[in-house]
Design a protein around this ligand. Structure first.
Ligand code: GDP
Ligand code: MG
Length: 674
C-alpha cells in the first residue's frame, strides 16, 4: 500500500552531493527563494515525471542543533513543515560523520530514506558496505547512488514513492543512568501535553536534556507557563542536575559520545575499510603543498589574484561590448522616434536603465563561475582554513575573505556571494562592510582627480584610498560585531573535502541561478534608480540636463551646503554625488555635463576651479558615501529586507561625511588648503 507522498525534503552534510541529487531529481525546473524571515536560500521544484511531488533542498548541516541559521532552518522545516518523507543524502566515504545526522533524524521519528551517495568514490577507496545489513540496523530503505553520474536515481524515486517509508521506533540506548532520567521526564511530559504531538516524547525529552528548552514552544507541546509546563521544566532541571553529577564531562558531550558509540557499533557490523591505511591519497598529497605552513598562504593569495585578474580580464571586454550595443540601440531609437520627450525617456531612461543592469551580467557570470569552481573543487575550504586565524582577529570567519576580495572588483557579486558564510552574524557584518571595498567603478572618479592634481604621486594617492577603505572596513566590522550582532564566536566547523573535478552541469546551473536572482531582485531597483535620475535631471521638461533649473539642479543647490565643510560645497559636486548613486562612474560624466566639457577639458577646468585638498576629500567621499543602486539592491536581496539597505545608505553617508570632514579640516589646519 502506498501513501501519498507530496513533500520530500533533501537533507545531509555539506558536500555530500545534495545539490547534484536535487538537480537529478527535478531536472532544472526549480524555484529559488528565501526562507521566510531568514536569508538562507530555499530551493524547491517538482519531481521529474511526478509533478505532484515537491522536492525541497535543505541547507547542508552536520547536526540538527540550533547553532547556525542553516541548522535552524533545516530543523524547523522538518519539525514544522512536516515533509512526508526525508531523503537523507549520505557520503558513503564518510559514513561515521554522516550517520550522526541520520541518527538524529531517526530519533525525531520522521520517515527517512537514505541516498547512499558517492558510491563510485567508496568503491575507489575500497570501502565495502553491507547495505542490506545497514538498512536493517537503521530500519530504513537505503539506495546506493552516484548523483554526479545520474545513477541510482530511478531506484531512489521508486523507493520513495512505491514502498511505504514509515516512521519507525528507532532508539539509541544511552545507558542505564540516562535512560532512568529519560523515563522519568517522559512521564512528566506525558501529563503536560495538551494536544497530541506527532513527535515521539522520547525525542522531545532528549532535546530537553540537551538543554534545548525552546523545543516545547517550537512544537507547541504544552501551554507555556501552564502548570504542566512549569513542572516539565522543573523536572528537566532536576534531571540535568542528576546527570551532571554522574558524568565528569559536559552533558552535551556525553550525548554526542553515546551517539558516536552507537554509530561505531553499527559500522563495525556493516563496513569494511581497506587494510593498508598508511598510503596517502591524492588529496593528501595536494594538501601537503597547499596547506604548507610557508607556501600555503602565498599560494592562496596568488590563487585569489589569479581568479580576480582572470574574471575581470574576461568580463571587461564583454561589458564594453554590451555598453556599445546599448549605445547603438539608443542611437537607433533616437533616429526613428521624433517625439523628444518620448525618445529621451526611452533612450536615457529605459534603455539606459536596462543597459545599467545588463552590464553586470558578464561580471556576475564570471565571478560565480570562479566561485563555483573553487568551491566544487574543494579548494575554497582550504582557503577558508588558511585565512581563518587572520580573519578571526577581525571577528570574521576565514571564508569571509572571498567576498571582500571580490568587492575590489564589484561590490554587487561580492554581496551576493556572502551566502556561503556560516553564521548570520558573519554574513551580515560582511555585507555591511563590503561597500567600503573600493570597487572598479570608483576608479574613473579617482582617475579624473588624480590627473588634475596628483600626477606625481598617482600610485600613492590611489593606494591611500584603497587602504583607507580597508582600515575603515576593519573598524566597522569590529563595531558592527560588537553592537549590532553580539554573540559568541562560532568555532570553525570545517572539513576538508577531497579534491574533486567540478561538474559542468552543476556549475552552469549555479551560474544560471545567481544571474536570474540578480535580475529579478536587483534589476528592478537599478532600473528605478536610472529612471528616477532621468526624471530629476530632465524635468521640468526642456531644461538643460541636470542644469540649475532642473529638479536635480535644485536639489543639488539645496544640499550643497552640507558638503561645504568638506571642501566641495558646490551645486555641481552635490548633483554629481547624487547621480553617482545610480552608478559611481556616473559622477565623472555628470561633472563633464555640468561643467559643459569633455574629459580633457574637465581635467583642466577642475584643476583651475578646485584645490588639491578638496579633490582628495571628494575622492574620499566617493569611496565611502552611499553605495550604488546595484549594491543597495543586492543588500536588500541578500538580507531579505529594506532595513539593512537603508541602514547602509545612512551609515556610509555619515561615515563618508565624517572622514572627508576630518581630511579637509585636518588638511586646512596643516596648511594644505592652497
Ligand atoms: P552539496 O554540498 O551536498 O550540495 O554537494 P554538491 O551537490 O555541491 O556536490 C559536491 C561535489 O561532489 C560536487 O563537486 C559534485 O560534482 C560531487 N558529487 C556529487 N555526487 C557525486 C557522486 O556520486 N560521486 C562523485 N564522485 N562525486 C559526486
Ligand atoms: Mg549544495
Amino acid at each position: 500500500m502506498s501513501t501519498a507522498v507530496n513533500n520530500i525534503a533533501l537533507i545531509g552534510n555539506p558536500n555530500t552531493g545534495k545539490t547534484c541529487l536535487f538537480n537529478c531529481l527535478t531536472g532544472t525546473k526549480q524555484r529559488v527563494g528565501n526562507w521566510p524571515g531568514v536569508t538562507v536560500e530555499k530551493k524547491e521544484g517538482p519531481l521529474l515525471n511526478h509533478n505532484h511531488v515537491n522536492i525541497i533542498d535543505l541547507p547542508g548541516i552536520y547536526s540538527l542543533g540550533a547553532h547556525t541559521e542553516d541548522e535552524l532552518v533545516a530543523r524547523n522545516f522538518i519539525l514544522l513543515g512536516q515533509p512526508d518523507l526525508v531523503i537523507n543524502v549520505v557520503d558513503a566515504t564518510n559514513l561515521q560523520r554522516n550517520l550522526y545526522l541520520t541518527l538524529q533524524l531517526l530519533e525525531m521519528g520522521v520517515p527517512v530514506a537514505m541516498a547512499l551517495n558517492m558510491m563510485d568514490e567508496a568503491k575507489k577507496n575500497r570501502i565495502k558496505i553491507n547495505i542490506a545489513k545497514l538498512s536493517a540496523l537503521l530500519g530504513i530503505p537505503i539506495i546506493p547512488t552516484i548523483a554526479r553520474a545520474n545513477k541510482g536515481i530511478k531506484e531512489l524515486v521508486q523507493a520513495c514513492l512505491c514502498k511505504r517509508v514509515s516512521s519507525n521506533n528507532f532508539s539509541i540506548d544511552y545507558g542505564a543512568i540516562i535512560e532512568t532520567e529519560i523515563k522519568n521526564l517522559e512521564k512528566t511530559l506525558q501529563s503536560a501535553v495538551v494536544s497530541g504531538t506527532s513527535y515521539p516524547l522520547r525525542f522531545i525529552v532528549l532535546k530537553l536534556l540537551e538543554g534545548d528548552q525552546n523545543i516545547l514552544k517550537t512544537l507547541n507541546v504544552c501551554e507555556a507557563n501552564s502548570k504542566g509546563y512549569e513542572a516539565v521544566l522543573a523536572t528537566c532541571r532536576q534531571s540535568i542536575k542528576n546527570l551532571q553529577n554522574n558524568f565528569q564531562e559536559d552533558l552535551t558531550t556525553v550525548f554526542i559520545q553515546k551517539r558516536y558509540k552507537h554509530i561505531d557499533r553499527i559500522l563495525q557490523q556493516t563496513v569494511s575499510f581497506p587494510e593498508a591505511i598508511g598510503t596517502y591519497t591524492v588529496s593528501d598529497k595536494i594538501d601537503k603543498i597547499v596547506l604548507n605552513k610557508y607556501i600555503g598562504l602565498p599560494l592562496f593569495f596568488l590563487m585569489m589574484l589569479l581568479v580576480f585578474k582572470l574574471t575581470f580580464a574576461i568580463s571587461a571586454p564583454l561589458e564594453m561590448g554590451l555598453e556599445i550595443l546599448f549605445a547603438r540601440l539608443g542611437d537607433f531609437l533616437r533616429s526613428i522616434i521624433t517625439n523628444k520627450l518620448l525618445s529621451s525617456f526611452l533612450v536615457e531612461g529605459l534603455i539606459g536603465g536596462l543597459g545599467a543592469i545588463i552590464v553586470f551580467l558578464p561580471i556576475i557570470l564570471c565571478i560565480f563561475l570562479a566561485i563555483s569552481l573553487l568551491e566544487n573543487s574543494g579548494y575554497m575550504a582550504r582557503g577558508a582554513y588558511l585565512m581563518d586565524r587572520f580573519m578571526r582577529k577581525l571577528g570574521l570567519e576565514g571564508k569571509a575573505i572571498i567576498p571582500l576580495v571580490i568587492g575590489f572588483g564589484c561590490n554587487v557579486p561580492a554581496i551576493l556571494s556572502t551566502r556561503t558564510l556560516q553564521t548570520t552574524r558573519d554574513k551580515m557584518t560582511t555585507v555591511l562592510i563590503i561597500p567600503l571595498m573600493s570597487c572598479g567603478a570608483r576608479l574613473p572618479v579617482y582617475a579624473l582627480f588624480v590627473a588634475a592634481f596628483f600626477k606625481q604621486h598617482q600610485g600613492l594617492v590611489l593606494f591611500s584610498l584603497y587602504l583607507l577603505g580597508i582600515i575603515l572596513a576593519i573598524i566597522m566590522a569590529k563595531i558592527f560585531k560588537r553592537f549590532l550582532f553580539p554573540g559568541e564566536a562560532f568555532p570553525l566547523l570545517l572539513e576538508l573535502p577531497p579534491y574533486r573535478l567540478p561538474s559542468l552541469k552543476d556549475t552552469l546551473i549555479q551560474m544560471g541561478e545567481k544571474s536570474s536572482s540578480f535580475f529579478k531582485k536587483v534589476g528592478t531597483i537599478i532600473l528605478c534608480a536610472v529612471i528616477l535620475a532621468w526624471g530629476l535631471s530632465n524635468f521640468p521638461w526642456g531644461v538643460e540636463y541636470a542644469g540649475p533649473d532642473s529638479l536635480m539642479g535644485k536639489i543639488g543647490a539645496l544640499i550643497a551646503p552640507i558638503f561645504k565643510p568638506l571642501g566641495f560645497g558646490t551645486r555641481e559636486a552635490a548633483s554629481a554625488l547624487l547621480l553617482g548613486i545610480v552608478a559611481k562612474e556616473v559622477v565623472v560624466s555628470t561633472l563633464g555635463v555640468l561643467y559643459g566639457t569633455g574629459q580633457e577639458g574637465l581635467i583642466t577646468l577642475i584643476s583651475q576651479q578646485w584645490i588639491a585638498l578638496s579633490a582628495y576629500s571628494f575622492m574620499v567621499m566617493t569611496l565611502i558615501y552611499i553605495p550604488c543602486a546595484g549594491v543597495i539592491g543586492a543588500i536588500k536581496a541578500e538580507t531579505g529586507s529594506w532595513k539593512w539597505a537603508i541602514f547602509t545608505i545612512l551609515y556610509t553617508f555619515a561615515l563618508g561625511w565624517l572622514v572627508a570632514f576630518l581630511v579637509y579640516q585636518g588638511g586646512l589646519m596643516l596648511g594644505l588648503g592652497m
